[in-house]
Write a new protein. Structure first.
Length: 763
């Protein structure tokens, strides 16, 4: 939200007060508390008729410093709040030298000059070099009021020359957020607007730090827009709390952020395979579903999950969690027949209860639906006629909702597509637990997805829970997987979807997907084939549309070949991909990584949003043109296309034209990619007959390669050394090239009781 009229003036009706000097400083061993005046003065009279701001600083974890700004402290706190990790005792240490206060945490120091005659300044610095990461300077902390009497707390952090800002959730606007005004506010706006389904009040800087605003409601950002040298964030409240997280690298920042807000859960291996949907408003029954499954099998396309979208239930009754008896008269039998073919089952749900659903009256009478301040059920006709909203702040409503989902699990359903959760009312409503409606608007999605995810954990066990969720906020990364929402069926929409996914990944979300072929409209054959390549080189892969099917044969024989070949390729890459998934679980590093995550010191990588690293060793540049032409950038070294064997040398830009059987899929110099021997399923004993492909190794290098098991443990570990000796007996003597394979022990889970591998010279 903008408050100023240029540099000197305020907008009509706006009054601003900023921390100007320190009236009082209180110091403990781990906390600094300042009482800040909003005007300079030396007489006792200057203390009258003027606000006093409280500024507290502390460290909840190593390398993280919190700041809380408070104006009036008497406001009742209604919640909800983000779930944060418990503070680490001793994470911060305070020292004082005269007027200079320092709070040190890890390799970051907050320096505060309390001299009343000095300009206001709180500087976040690197401990060793003293380099300033960012600072709160004049007008850096304060509050404003507007003509309507609203009260906003405001923070402004300085931007350095050339500094770039990323994140703020899954945003489809330009990847670098500089110059943008962004409202962190859940909305159902598709992928072609400034609105977002997944709003996260966290931004990442390429200068070695990130900032998390600890406020679940609306946070308005002006990123180098109102004040071009500042990142401004404001909330309509009496207090503002935020954390500055040090790197030094962007991966380190994400590790600290997800350490504070939660790391992604590792999804089950089967979920990484191909998902096929009925699509949304298409006509389908069991015969249609069976025909799709048969068609995929006949085409040799391995299928892992079948998804039933909205109309598995009767019209006007979403959600009643009951199969339409006219279309699916034997749901248990149908699901059993599908599962006999090795498929997992997903069904669509949302948190809305239509008035025609028999559950509406039950929820109304028991107080399970959101109510107005007058005591009525809140209702509207958008989406479903007369729908109400499940109040997940009521523990009994959570049990009730889960009970209906458990019936579906008992029938054979394995997971749920948790759609919607964005259009949550604010005015004239009251929540069961007394939550503030403004703070609940964004946070509702977290309660909704937790309700479903926790049920899956309880019923299916650890490691088997997975969602296909559309909405999210801070903490949502713990509940994978998320998909990009409603996009058009075009190359432009494919590009904007990728931008959104990369932006979300820079907020600690490890797993992300999108509708292959696009949702709205029907893709051209070219769009479908290119999107299929992209989709099967994403963390999760789903064929889904709105009014038209996404079965490959509808888009020509070549589309069948592309779908088959890239599905099988993904299955062969599973030991590598699941290794990247484990990194998301352990460190918060996303599987699909913006280039700057892997190459933060390469300036050319800082703005790239049409390519990404899939894990740490594969570069993917989706083809976004009808002609097959693609431009992409490769960092330093010799990179090898794992599909064609072609080599390119960086740093530099490449321009290529690809047929539908290839795209730029490049192995990093020195990469060792484990390939599974299985093409038929994403879940396999990957260490059994694994092939290690080594790309452009440097002489004398040594690599330790871990092959994971489907439960996330290590199934096999190999050491590869580039030596000057002849090839050992464990490599292919017909292709000697001086690599020694050294298994470091055996693994019980391996089929033969030992870890075996073939080493190939792939580049």
């Amino acid at each position: 939200m903008k408050f100023t009229d240029g540099h000197w003036l305020m907008r009509p009706g706006v009054t601003a007060r900023y921390a100007t000097s320190t009236a009082e400083a209180t110091v403990t061993e781990d906390r600094i508390t300042l009482r800040a005046t909003v005007k300079r003065g030396t007489s006792r009279g200057d203390t009258l008729n003027s606000p006093l701001l409280t500024v507290e600083s502390w460290s909840p974890a190593e390398g993280v410093i919190g700041v809380r700004l408070t104006h009036h402290a008497g406001r009742r706190h209604a919640g909800p709040d983000f779930a944060l990790a418990a503070p680490e005792p001793g994470a911060g240490e305070v020292s004082r030298q005269g007027d200079m206060l320092e709070l040190a945490s890890g390799d970051m120091v907050l320096r505060v000059d309390t001299d009343r005659d000095s300009p206001w300044r709180m500087a976040f610095c690197e401990a060793g070099s003293g380099r300033v990461l960012t600072s709160l300077d004049t007008r850096g902390l304060g509050f404003t009021t507007d003509a309507e009497g609203r009260h906003f707390m405001v923070g402004r952090l300085a931007l350095a020359v050339g500094e770039n800002v990323y994140g703020l959730g899954e945003r489809f606007t330009p990847f670098v957020k500089n110059g943008q005004s962004v409202d962190v506010w859940q909305a159902d706006g598709g992928t072609s607007s400034e609105q977002a389904y997944k709003n996260v009040p966290f931004h990442l800087s390429d200068r070695g730090y990130g900032v998390f605003v600890n406020h679940p409601g609306k946070v308005s950002y002006e990123v180098g827009s109102e004040a071009v040298g500042q990142v401004q964030f404001s909330v309509e409240d009496q207090s503002l709390e935020f954390f500055v997280l040090h790197g030094p690298g962007p991966k380190d920042v994400l590790a600290r952020y997800t350490g504070l807000t939660g790391r992604p859960t590792l999804p089950p291996a089967w979920s990484f395979g191909l998902w096929l949907s009925t699509s949304f408003t298409t006509s389908y029954d069991e015969k249609t579903v069976g025909g799709f499954v048969d068609g995929m099998a006949e085409a040799g396309i391995p299928l892992s999950v079948f998804h039933f979208d909205c109309f598995w239930m009767r019209s006007y009754r979403w959600c009643d969690f009951t199969w339409d008896p006219e279309v699916f008269p034997d749901p248990e039998g149908m699901l059993a027949r599908l599962k006999e073919r090795g498929l997992r089952i997903c069904v669509w749900i949302n948190p809305y209860i239509a008035q025609q659903s028999p559950l509406f009256a039950e929820g109304r009478d028991r107080g399970y639906l959101l109510e107005t301040t007058a005591g009525d059920v809140w209702q509207w006709d958008q989406w479903q006629a007369g729908m109400g909203l499940v109040d997940f702040t009521n523990p009994e409503a959570v049990v009730w909702y889960r009970g209906h989902l458990k019936v579906l699990l008992d029938q054979g359903v394995d997971c749920f597509k948790t759609d919607f959760g964005e259009r949550i009312p604010v005015d004239g409503v009251r929540w069961h637990d007394g939550s503030d409606p403004e703070r609940m608007h964004n946070h509702y999605t977290q309660l909704y997805n937790e309700t479903v995810f926790d049920l899956l954990v309880a019923e299916r066990g650890e490691g088997e829970a997975v969602l296909f969720a559309r909405s999210a906020t801070t903490g949502g990364q713990r509940l994978p997987v998320h998909w990009g929402g409603d996009c058009e069926s075009s190359f432009e929409a494919m590009a904007e979807s990728l931008r959104g996914g990369l932006s979300l990944g820079l907020c600690g979300f490890g797993f992300w997907s999108h509708d292959i072929g696009g949702f709205e409209g029907t893709p051209s054959d070219a769009v479908f084939k290119r999107w299929t390549q992209f989709g099967l080189l994403s963390s999760h892969s789903r064929l889904h549309g709105s009014k038209s099917y996404r079965v490959p044969w509808d888009y020509g024989p070549e589309a069948v070949e592309v779908t088959r070949d890239f599905t099988r390729l993904k299955h062969r890459l599973m030991p590598y991909l699941y290794g990247a998934a484990r990194q998301a679980e352990e460190y918060g590093t996303p599987m699909m990584r913006a280039m700057l995550l892997e190459f933060p010191d390469d300036p050319a990588c800082r703005t790239l949003d049409r390519q990404y690293m899939l894990g740490e060793e594969l570069l993917v540049a989706p083809v976004l043109s009808e002609s097959g032409e693609v431009e992409y950038y490769v960092p330093e070294g010799v990179w090898t296309n794992i599909l064609t064997g072609a080599r390119v040398t960086g740093p530099g830009w490449q321009r290529e034209t690809h047929g539908f059987d290839t795209l730029p899929l490049l192995a990093r110099p020195g990469a060792v990619i484990p390939f599974s021997s299985s093409e038929e399923s994403p879940a396999a004993n990957w260490s059994d007959g694994v092939t290690l492909r080594v790309y452009a190794p440097a002489p004398g290098t040594r690599r330790v390669v871990e092959v994971p098991a489907a439960d996330g443990t290590v199934a096999a570990r190999f050491t590869l050394r580039h030596t000057a000796e002849s090839t050992t007996a464990t490599t292919d003597s017909a292709r000697p090239w001086h690599l020694r394979l050294e298994p470091e022990g055996t693994v019980e889970d391996c089929a033969a009781g030992t870890a075996e591998a073939t080493v190939e010279r792939a580049g």
